[in-house]
Design a protein around this ligand. Structure first.
Ligand code: TXA
Ligand code: MG
Length: 361
């Protein structure tokens, strides 16, 4: 391991961009990626005392076989999805899923989303109503999670003992290739410690979970940048438990859409989630020393640190930039972050939902 790479990581600015062919023999000899051996197209990140933090594999070609082998061995792996990076484990293996809760410090009361290798798996894990089938046909693979009655094959640990299971199919080519190679469903929450901002880059994953997981596949930035929309499907009624890239407007064509359901919410969707450590308020820009601004429409003049969501005021771009911008503001040593509100329609609802939770901590 060259010294430079280590220093780059501790400068919080490492990149893994080598694209030479992977050495498959070394890979199989080292399926957990934890030995400080440098494989071609891979980079092992070390702590100052030379303890390995995780192996990062750059690009789709590099790590598919390693990730599938780790999943089959009951390990966890961090993978890019089109929403945010996920921490995957074999969904039908409770011991493997337990490692997710351990790595994230996640309470066992918070259920996991089961990611399917193909639509064929849907009726093997859940009771599929005609409405659920139509939604999966329309939006999968993609950023929509369906909450449906579960079947017995799904471990209690995954559903937190509930009678429903959350399922989705990711459209990310790396995630999809790993699931094809592994061949079974993978449980994957966002790859952050519980209650923290979801990671949208391999570097964010290392900052959150370095030292706790063996492998991260670096797929670059995430297309959407915020987590999937979660919908509880009940007959012809759709209850949005978490707003996300698939909007209320898009779902309205399928049935009656409700903004949630009394007594039911995504258990992990508590106020206080998605929180930076620095206090955050939503409001009009009021420049002051030690104050940073998350900009939607103002100039940002006079603030100690400014991050723009989207200079062209595109909600899609704003969603994709949201978590990275929050992380940078959080790292800037500020006393306060002010977030300007975005319009609360379409994807703006999902963005405001995250900002309100960040402000509620
Ligand atoms: O975009 C995403 O959905 C990402 C990527 C990795 O797929 N995953 C993700 O997972 O955001 P997680 O665990 O960070 O958030 C899933 C949310 C949690 O709030 C959890 O409580 C909720 O889904 N959830 C899981 N199963 C549920 C169920 N059966 N009923 C209601 N909510 C459920
Ligand atoms: Mg999460």
């Amino acid at each position: 391991m060259p010294r430079g790479a280590r220093q780059k990581f501790f400068g919080n600015n490492f990149v893994t961009n080598e694209t030479t062919c992977p050495d498959e023999r070394s890979r199989h000899a080292n399926p957990h990626g934890l030995r400080p051996v440098r494989l071609k197209s891979e980079q092992t990140i070390f702590q100052a005392d030379a303890t390995p933090v995780a192996t990062i594999v750059a690009g789709p070609a590099g790590g598919i076989a390693s990730a599938a082998a780790l999943l089959a061995a009951g390990e966890v792996v961090a993978l890019p999805t089109e929403t945010v990076y996920g921490l995957g484990a074999a969904a039908l293996d409770p011991a493997a899923c337990a490692r997710i809760f351990e790595a994230k410090d996640r309470p066992l009361s918070d259920p996991l989303i089961v990611h399917l290798p193909s639509r064929d798996w849907l009726d093997r894990v859940a009771v599929v109503s005609p409405m659920a089938f139509r939604l999966a046909e329309k939006f999968w693979p993609g950023p929509l999670t369906l909450v449906l009655p579960r079947l017995g094959i799904v471990p209690d640990l995954v559903t937190a003992g509930q009678e429903t299971v959350a399922v989705r199919m990711s459209s990310h080519p790396v995630f999809s290739a790993v699931l094809q190679a592994y061949g079974k469903p993978v449980a994957a929450p966002s790859a952050n410690r519980f209650g923290r901002i979801s990671p949208t880059s391999a570097g964010d994953v290392i900052a959150e979970l370095g030292g706790r997981i063996p492998l991260v596949i670096d797929g670059g930035g995430c297309q959407h940048g915020i987590e999937s929309t979660i919908v509880l499907v009940r007959d012809s009624e759709l209850h949005i438990l978490r707003n996300g890239p698939v909007t209320e407007e898009e779902l309205a064509g399928f049935g009656t859409v409700h903004g949630g359901v009394a007594g039911i919410s995504a258990p992990g969707g508590l106020a206080g989630h998605y929180a930076p450590v620095t206090p955050l308020v939503i409001g009009k820009p009021a420049p002051a020393p030690g104050t940073g601004l998350l900009v939607w429409e103002s100039s940002g003049d006079g603030f100690a640190h400014v991050e723009h969501l989207s200079k062209s005021r595109s909600l899609r771009e704003a969603a994709a930039n949201l978590y990275g911008a929050m992380r940078r503001l959080d790292a800037a040593g500020l006393d306060l972050i002010i977030a300007e509100p975005v319009p609360e329609s379409g994807l703006g609802r999902a963005i405001m939902e995250r900002l309100k939770k960040a402000a509620a901590r």
